[in-house]
Design a protein around this ligand. Structure first.
Ligand code: HEM
Length: 515
């Protein structure tokens, strides 16, 4: 448990971590009552016998990364079963990726898994779980990136200055808790893109959204403890005390009314307006709008903030990269401002970010699918109906079969490879087949940070745009370094359940280069 020491930054985090062992025991109890695996299912990685499997359940929460890595190495081209939140999930190796992504939704369901993880049907209703309105909205977001970009450019200096100013002055540098700072900056940027001014800078709005995100996460956690048939009753019971999105529904109602009083072409061009436009004008359901808005904001927030904070820790742990990146940025913008086009020309920056994402993949698993009926892989392994399938993404990203010197941080791994292939006549054909294969935004069969196939993250263009711009801005405008006490070492991550969370308490020192 030493990877938790010094990493808990608030009583809420402590409370959540304290609840986890109890929940784990409950999940273990529930999973132990399931019937054992049959011969045609994947082999168990750890003992499934009662009561030994409790150890496996505890390990899958606190040492999930070690456990997944062990299974990956032991069943290299195969599959194994491991405990995960009250289930025994089947974890497949890279050999089966194609079968998973090409299986129809009616047999391996992405939606069912998303619904189970987030309890969307009960908390938001069928607009997301069945009608997939979030996908329509993110498609609109992608079409509007050119319009949103200038707003983000305007917001970045404000968000960075505001968050860095909260730090402590030490010898001419400002010391800030890095992950918290990144979270604050990303939240402001997302709110600027999703709801616009003035709300994106309004502390009341941000507090309401954060409170809703927390209470919805807690409600989801609670509902997942109950069998499917009991969940609606439990949800109605909990609704007597508080309803989902209670904190923001009042503010959202006010904004809806303000916007509906404007002709459509005068409403701000943001996520909230796009949602409102898709609701019946005479009776827009503010709570439903909050639910859809909150879902998209939450998935955008956690993922982007964690990925960026990991990258920032890699940057200060490899200070030699700062000057090289700065040179590329200065040369690319050539005395002007950072633009969307210039971001496309920053190949080293792109490569640096992709390498940090490879080494610090935020989720051990990806391509999660629920088997809606018994599903049999080409190797004859059967996954029973209702069970979850995952692919071990993080171990794959550290596998020498796919990445030479996988444990070494090679920031220019992708830009150099792309350059080599472009200048190598013999491989031009291959380059043509996979344009931009090494670009950060491109999911591949060996880089699963965005998933793969038809459910690959639809928000990745937006996320990459934000992360590249923000990193370029910070490198241009700030000197950054680790405090002496870190002794040049990248702060240790918190690996909890299947998530790799950036160190929540470590600090980074910032100094404005304008002074
Ligand atoms: C660095 C940031 C991000 C990472 C690493 C990330 C990663 C992922 C991954 C791994 C998946 C699952 C893919 C699969 O299993 O095949 C996913 C799905 C999804 N992501 Fe992201 N994501 C990020 C940012 C965002 C942003 C900014 C948005 C919204 C603006 C977003 C919206 C979604 C949605 C809606 C889905 C579900 C797609 C579906 O229903 O088919 N993500 N993301």
């Amino acid at each position: 448990m030493d990877n938790l020491q010094g990493l808990v930054s608030s009583p809420t985090e402590l409370a959540v971590i304290a609840i986890v062992p109890l929940t784990t025991i409950y999940y273990w109890y529930r999973a132990s009552s399931q019937k054992g695996a049959q011969n045609d299912e994947a082999p168990y990685l750890v003992s499934a016998s009662w009561p030994l499997s409790l150890i496996g359940h505890v390990r899958s929460v606190f040492w999930n990364n070690n456990m997944t890595q062990k299974g990956y190495e032991q069943y290299r081209d195969g599959m194994f079963k491991m405990p995960f939140f009250g289930q025994w999930i089947t974890v497949a190796s890279s050999k089966y990726i194609e079968e998973i992504i090409h299986a129809p939704e009616s047999s391996l369901s992405f939606r069912q898994n998303l619904n189970d993880q987030l309890q969307l049907e009960l908390l938001v209703g069928p607009a997301i779980s069945k009608d997939q309105i979030h996908l329509t909205l993110i498609r609109i977001l992608n079409r509007n990136l050119d319009e949103i970009y200038p707003e983000l450019c305007e917001e970045v200096p404000f968000a960075v200055t505001e968050e860095v100013a909260k730090g402590k002055e030490i010898d001419g540098w400002t010391s800030v808790p890095a992950y918290k700072t990144v979270n604050g900056i990303v939240a402001t940027l997302n709110h600027r893109a999703f709801v616009g001014l003035p709300e994106c800078r309004d502390t009341q709005w941000k507090a309401a959204m954060a409170k809703d995100a927390q209470s919805v996460a807690l409600r989801t956690w609670l509902l997942r403890l109950f069998p499917e048939s009991k969940k609606p009753t439990m949800n109605s019971f909990l609704n007597r005390f508080s309803k989902p999105f209670d904190a923001s529904v009042g503010i959202v109602s006010r904004i809806i009314n303000e916007r509906l009083n404007l002709p459509e072409e005068e409403r701000s061009n943001d996520l909230l307006s796009w949602i409102i436009t898709r609701m019946p004008e005479h009776d827009p359901d503010a709570r439903l709008i909050c639910g859809i808005f909150q879902l998209i904001t939450s998935v955008a927030q956690e993922t982007t903030a964690m990925t960026f904070a990991h990258a920032l820790f890699h940057l200060v742990a490899h200070p030699e990269c700062i000057e090289i990146l700065r040179e590329e940025i200065v040369e690319t913008i050539d005395g002007g401002e950072i633009t969307r086009e210039s971001l496309d020309e920053m190949h080293k920056l792109d490569s640096f970010l992709r390498e940090t994402q490879r080494m610090s993949t935020i989720g051990n698993f990806t391509l999660g699918r629920t088997a809606l009926h018994d599903f049999t892989f080409s190797n004859g392994v059967r996954v029973p109906a209702g069970e979850l399938i995952q692919v071990a993404a993080a171990p794959m990203h550290m596998d020498a079969a796919y990445y030479p010197d996988p444990l070494e941080f090679k920031p220019w791994r992708y830009s150099e490879q792309a350059q080599k292939e472009a200048s190598d006549g013999a491989s031009k054909e291959a380059t043509k087949k996979a344009p931009g294969e090494y670009d950060m935004v491109v999911p591949t069969a060996t880089n699963l940070s965005w998933g793969l196939g038809r459910h690959a993250c639809p928000g990745r263009w937006y996320a990459v745009m934000i992360m590249k711009h923000l990193m370029a801005y910070l490198i241009l405008n700030y000197d950054m370094k680790l405090p002496e006490s870190a002794k040049g070492k990248r702060p240790v991550d918190l690996c909890f359940a299947s998530v790799r969370i950036p160190n929540t308490t470590a600090t980074i020192l910032f100094k404005s280069r304008k002074q």
